[in-house]
Write a protein that binds this ligand. Structure first.
Ligand code: GDP
Length: 296
């Protein structure tokens, strides 16, 4: 189920409940079951959905609600809050400060949109007066450095990489050192997204993180990966201290549920979303407006 359909299904379930003359246990259960089905079809992890249902039932205790209480409002409010809670880990991510050098390392599987997102993130900050720089520490994929170089050149952002060096840790460290000397305040390290063996990729992430000591590690995920999101996010979190999530391709057939799962797996907030292939198709992510829009 794509994101727009998820919103539609939840609004319909709420509308049906609103149409009922009396809101009793049966009506509430039907409404919650409908929402549960919609969330599961959108690839939200089963445990998250179950917890949400339990929480809403705890909050909306129909027997205790005295006559006169607007039950519909209370239920709608509880559902809104629970959806927000799923997307909000409760603590903000590290936010780089303009003028003070920060190292931000990007991790994610190949094809997730990581390299594109690195440039979008740099470009977004550059427009706000920052001095960003890009480091290509992906030595596994042929063409990775060319892609980053092309993007960086287009956006007039300094970049660092090598066609010869095969050690990603060495390049990452050299790049970070170089740009620190040049007084860049946002040093972005793009990393590999694939290896011959998955374990080698995670080991490499651990080594790059250990060597560059990033202030923030951002996990990039494609919004359409669905149920795989939880395990993927958790695996990256175990190799580098993921502190934020960026969800890409929200313009496509986004299932959305993956984002909820990635937040749960990394206990980190979604900070931006990618909404297209272009450099400026990138938006700050805010939980409440997102859920409001979802609910229509
Ligand atoms: P990487 O392998 O993770 O570095 O992924 P790339 O940055 O090379 O992106 C893979 C593909 O996804 C490219 O064709 C990008 O143009 C595309 N892409 C990245 N972000 C978005 C997005 O937000 N929306 C859309 N529609 N395409 C995207």
């Amino acid at each position: 189920m794509v994101l727009a359909e998820l919103g539609g299904s939840i609004s319909r379930a709420l509308q049906q409940m609103s149409n009922a003359t009396v809101i009793d246990e049966k009506v509430l259960n039907e409404c919650l079951n409908e929402i549960t089905r919609a969330l599961l079809q959108s690839d939200v992890q089963f445990k998250l959905v179950r917890d949400m249902q339990t929480n809403i039932k705890k909050i909306v205790n129909l027997d205790d609600l005295a006559a006169g209480h607007n039950k519909r409002k209370i239920i709608q409010h509880a559902i809104f809050n629970e959806l927000c809670k799923m997307l909000d880990p409760g603590k903000p991510s590290f936010t780089p400060k303009k003028g003070k050098p920060s190292v931000v390392m990007f991790v994610g599987l190949q094809g997730s949109g990581k390299t594109t997102t690195c440039t979008k993130y740099a470009y977004y900050h550059q427009k706000k007066g920052w001095k960003p720089a890009l480091v290509c520490a992906d030595t596994f994929r042929a063409g990775a450095f060319d892609q980053l170089k092309q993007n960086a050149t287009k956006a007039k952002i300094p970049f660092y990489g090598s066609y010869m060096e095969s050690d990603p840790v060495k390049i990452a460290v050299e790049g970070v050192e170089t740009f620190k000397k040049e007084n860049c305040d946002l040093i972005i390290v793009d990393t590999s997204g694939r290896h011959k063996q998955e374990a080698a990729l995670f080991e490499e992430m651990r080594q790059v993180a250990e060597a560059t000591k990033p202030d923030l590690v951002i996990f990039v995920m494609d919004s359409s990966i669905g149920q795989a999101a939880f395990d993927q996010a958790q695996a990256f979190k175990q190799s580098a201290a993921v502190g934020a999530v960026i969800v890409t391709k929200m313009d496509g057939h986004a299932k959305g549920g993956g984002a909820l799962s990635a937040v749960a797996a990394t206990k980190s907030p979604v900070i931006f979303i990618g909404t297209g292939e272009h450099m400026d198709e990138f938006e700050v992510f805010d939980v409440k407006p997102f859920v409001s829009r979802l609910l229509g």
